[in-house]
Ligand binder design. Structure first.
Ligand code: FAQ
Length: 313
């Protein structure tokens, strides 16, 4: 069968909402686009453990500590599902991780901002997980089966994360004036970086058109960003916090919020390695790999020994 015919059949399957599975024929560009996105998504989950992991020992109560610990562990699990989904496309997990450590692969810009106060744990859960869900629910209908299926459980867990974050913010916003000010400060610092998680504006999004045609993406970056603002702005209002955007206003005729100009220069600086914590985050991931090397070597040596034993038996 000619390549054109294979491509025609492939697109027909996608148009008919039939999932593409690992052993199915797929164009190289489809495979590469998925490897890029899924591996970057996996890196985001694991790098994303760092800002919150930093607060586990400083959580203000045992209950908060348990919740935060469980949340950070969930993110590690998400990374594992995603690295596994990525491997079904024929790449080696170690190679994709090496690409992260060498600075070749990207991860979400949001995790290059510091978590300075306890309120940041609330803002991250509410806004960062909130933005992640907005983006990931449509991904659970992505045309590639393993990626779509991995999203189902991830979205359930992210939904719990979002609620625990909003609960922290609600408590602080209803607390002492100092606590309310701390919540407002966290919202001030995390609002725009959370908005940037959806990626560049549609005009500058180089992958969107192809990704939408292949039904990897179901909505554009700007469409999802708008959904996020529409869902989140009333939540801020409900707990008496103010979104740091002087241009934010509800437009009665469109039924949507209008919002101010994004700082795209800041976005590209952070994406290209020059954010406040880029170096710190990558150093921490590299160190984690080195520190855990002896465990992996010991596990591999043990597995080899067991294999020999079984062969002898
Ligand atoms: N940060 O053409 P587009 C989470 C890059 S998970 C860094 O629009 P695309 C859970 C993009 O890679 C958060 N780079 O790209 C959690 C591309 O560069 P490349 C992660 C960004 O792929 C919560 C270039 O710009 N979620 O938070 C960003 O069509 C709490 C051009 O952009 C996912 O990864 C950015 N924000 O759309 C964990 C979801 N935006 O690769 C712990 C899956 C864009 O050509 C704690 N990914 N770039 O060199 C996606 O949905 C898409 O990849 C987008 C970007 C929407 C992120």
């Amino acid at each position: 069968m000619s390549n054109e015919e294979l491509e025609r059949q492939f697109q027909e399957k996608i148009d008919n909402e039939i999932k593409i599975e690992p052993r199915d024929w797929m164009p190289d560009a489809y495979r590469n686009l998925l490897i890029r996105q899924i591996s970057q998504h996996a890196h985001s989950e694991t790098v994303g453990m760092l800002p919150e992991g930093n607060w586990i020992t400083r959580a203000p109560s045992l209950r908060r500590k348990q919740i935060l610990l469980a949340k950070v562990q969930d993110e590690a699990g998400h990374g594992l599902y995603l690295y596994s989904a990525c491997e079904t496309l024929g790449v080696d997990r170690e190679d994709t991780i090496d690409d992260l450590h060498s600075g070749k692969a990207k991860y979400s810009s949001i995790f290059n901002y510091p978590a300075l106060t306890w309120a940041d744990m609330g803002a991250i859960g509410w806004l960062v997980d909130g933005a992640a869900i907005m983006n990931q629910i449509p991904l659970s209908r992505c045309s590639y089966g393993p990626y779509a299926r991995s999203m189902v459980r991830i979205c359930k867990e992210e939904s719990f994360h979002q609620r625990q974050g909003y609960e922290i913010m609600t408590h602080l916003a209803n607390g002492t004036p100092e606590q309310k000010a701390m919540a407002q400060d966290a919202l001030n610092r995390f609002w725009w970086p959370a908005m940037m998680m959806f990626g560049p504006s549609d005009n500058d999004s180089k992958h969107s058109a192809q990704s939408m045609k292949w039904k990897i993406k179901r909505f554009t970056n700007d469409e999802l960003r708008q959904q996020f603002v529409d869902a989140t702005a009333p939540q801020a209002e409900l707990i008496g916090l103010k979104v740091p955007d002087a241009d934010l206003k509800f437009n009665e005729s469109t039924g949507h919020y209008e919002y101010g100009e994004m700082n795209w220069d800041e976005f590209w600086q952070v994406v290209n390695g020059n954010g406040p914590c880029n170096k710190e985050r990558l150093d921490a991931r590299r160190k984690a790999k080195e520190d855990g090397m002896w465990v992996r070597e010991a596990a591999a040596a043990y597995a080899k020994k067991q294999e020999k034993k079984e062969k002898r038996a």
